[in-house]
Design a protein around this ligand. Structure first.
Ligand SMILES: [Zn+2]
Length: 475
């Protein structure tokens, strides 16, 4: 594949008028940063079929011609037509209309030789409404950022790094922007309820049992049938030699594919309010279970409220769960997402991958795909590969470790601040230090010191989880 690299800053270029979609004026000829442009080397799959495109990768994102996408999606639920308004330097995109070829078809002029790339100043209207989509003019053709188009027209775009493959799927959806504001609202109400009614959910106590009753009642209210709900009982002996009984609550929901995504959150706490650790995880999981009850999803789901995470050895509920699985059942799990302590930390993290004894990290693809979706949604999430277990960081201190140890891909959602010192401690906030397992794991304290943070964290993680469950693609 030919590669072209050029600097945008020196490109002053006016095109002849022979192109159907007229050349755009140079929006900002004094731009100084370098733009790396290469022909896209990835395979492109549209609704399961391989399609040939001339597309460019510009600074890590793929750009396609609008007419190529329109032709590829023609006849699907996301088909659209294009009108070119030369006088106003405007492209009008009409959704739900069959594509009319011609009237502005452009030929590929992006072969070998010099590529001239400038930011495009063309205006794009979608059903009459101006759309913010990054576009470049490359040798006279407009190329639009594929992910922006997917978001604007509501089709799925996913990227498989292993197969070097871009997938465009007309059945997938990104959430309507108008709907985003509802993410995290119900979760916040759950956190308030937990603060006021279900603090100190210590294993073996009445409050632990009350919490199980509460979660089950919420799931039944959400409409889950009794054959979708399972209480998995287990017994264990702690490091200190004390015997306990506890239980996991497992919600099962069939998707198009029998492969399963497990989403887990432990519901026990130590002797605190435990709204961060892990009322936040319970809350996001309950909100998501409500939201997805009747959704048609690509993969089957198990939502698991794990018991007895806060004991040593850590994560007895999740340990019991993975041990209860047959080899086939383990292999059937596509991904495990663990929600633990989402509410209070300064920054939003995603951990993933498997640390190897030679220091490398493998099996990071699932976390990378999740991070890419977070980026698309404009959520500020930091991806950190799994750390050396001897480092004793947050990536080794919750239920996902038992899945990771079996080679099951996982993503661990956690909010903290890894830039603080000392390394090795669970660093969460600059203002108050660690929140989880302290007196400050209290909604009133968190709201007083970090106004609006609890709502923002719940919203962001709930939104990300929702979109991942609807768009995740197996490697
Ligand atoms: Zn926890």
């Amino acid at each position: 594949m030919k590669k072209h690299t050029l600097a945008i800053g020196v490109t002053f270029f006016l095109l002849s008028g022979c192109l159907g979609i007229a050349p755009a004026a140079i929006e900002n000829a004094t731009m100084s940063q370098d733009v790396q442009v290469t022909l896209t080397s990835s395979q492109v799959i549209v609704n399961g079929n391989k399609v040939e495109f001339t597309a460019y990768n510009i600074n890590g994102n793929n750009y396609f011609k609008l007419r190529d996408i329109a032709a590829a999606l023609n006849g699907s639920a996301k088909q659209f037509d294009i009108r070119w308004d030369e006088a106003n330097n405007t492209i009008e995109l009409l959704t739900n209309e069959p594509y009319t070829p011609g009237g502005g078809e452009v030929s590929d002029s992006g072969g070998p030789g010099t590529l001239t790339t400038v930011l495009s100043s063309v205006k794009l209207l979608i059903n009459g409404v101006p759309a913010e989509i990054t576009a470049y003019n490359i040798n006279g053709n407009h190329f639009f950022k594929l992910r922006d188009l997917g978001k604007a027209i509501n089709f799925g775009v996913s990227w498989d790094a292993v197969l070097n493959r871009i997938s465009i799927d007309s059945s997938k959806i990104y959430p309507e922007l108008t709907g985003e504001s509802i993410y995290g609202k119900q979760a916040y109400a759950y956190v308030e309820y937990i603060q006021n009614n279900l603090d100190r959910r210590v294993v073996g106590t009445q409050r632990e049992k009350d919490t199980v009753e509460f979660i089950l009642a919420e799931l039944e209210d959400a409409g889950y049938a009794s054959d979708q709900l399972e209480i998995q009982r287990f017994s264990f002996i702690t490091k200190e030699g004390v015997a306990y009984d506890s239980q996991n609550i497992i919600v099962s929901k069939r998707g198009k594919d029998a492969k399963v995504i497990v989403v887990g959150a432990h519901y026990d706490s130590i002797d605190t309010y435990g709204v961060d650790d892990n009322g936040s995880g319970i809350a996001v999981l309950l909100e998501t279970a409500n939201r997805l009850k009747d959704a048609e999803l690509p993969y089957s789901l198990q939502f698991i409220f794990f018991g007895a995470e806060e004991v040593r050895p850590i994560g007895q509920g999740s340990f019991d769960y993975v041990n209860s699985l047959s080899d086939d059942e383990r292999q059937n799990i596509l991904l495990m997402i663990n929600l633990d302590s989402l509410l209070a930390g300064d920054k939003q993290y995603l951990f993933g991958g498997k640390y190897q004894s030679n220091g490398s990290v493998t099996d990071l693809w699932a976390a990378e795909q999740t991070k890419e979706i977070a980026d698309d949604l404009g959520l500020e999430m930091i991806l950190l590969p799994a750390m050396d277990p001897s480092y004793d960081g947050p990536s080794d201190r919750s239920d996902h470790i038992h899945f990771r140890n079996l080679g099951i891909p996982y993503v661990f959602f956690w909010a903290g601040n890894m830039e603080l010192l000392p390394i090795g401690d669970l660093r969460q906030t600059e203002a108050l230090g660690k929140i989880l397992h302290t007196e400050n794991d209290n909604l009133y304290v968190i709201n007083e010191f970090f106004e609006g943070r609890a709502q923002a964290r719940l919203k962001n993680y709930a939104l990300l989880l929702d979109v991942v469950l609807k768009n995740f693609t197996a490697a």
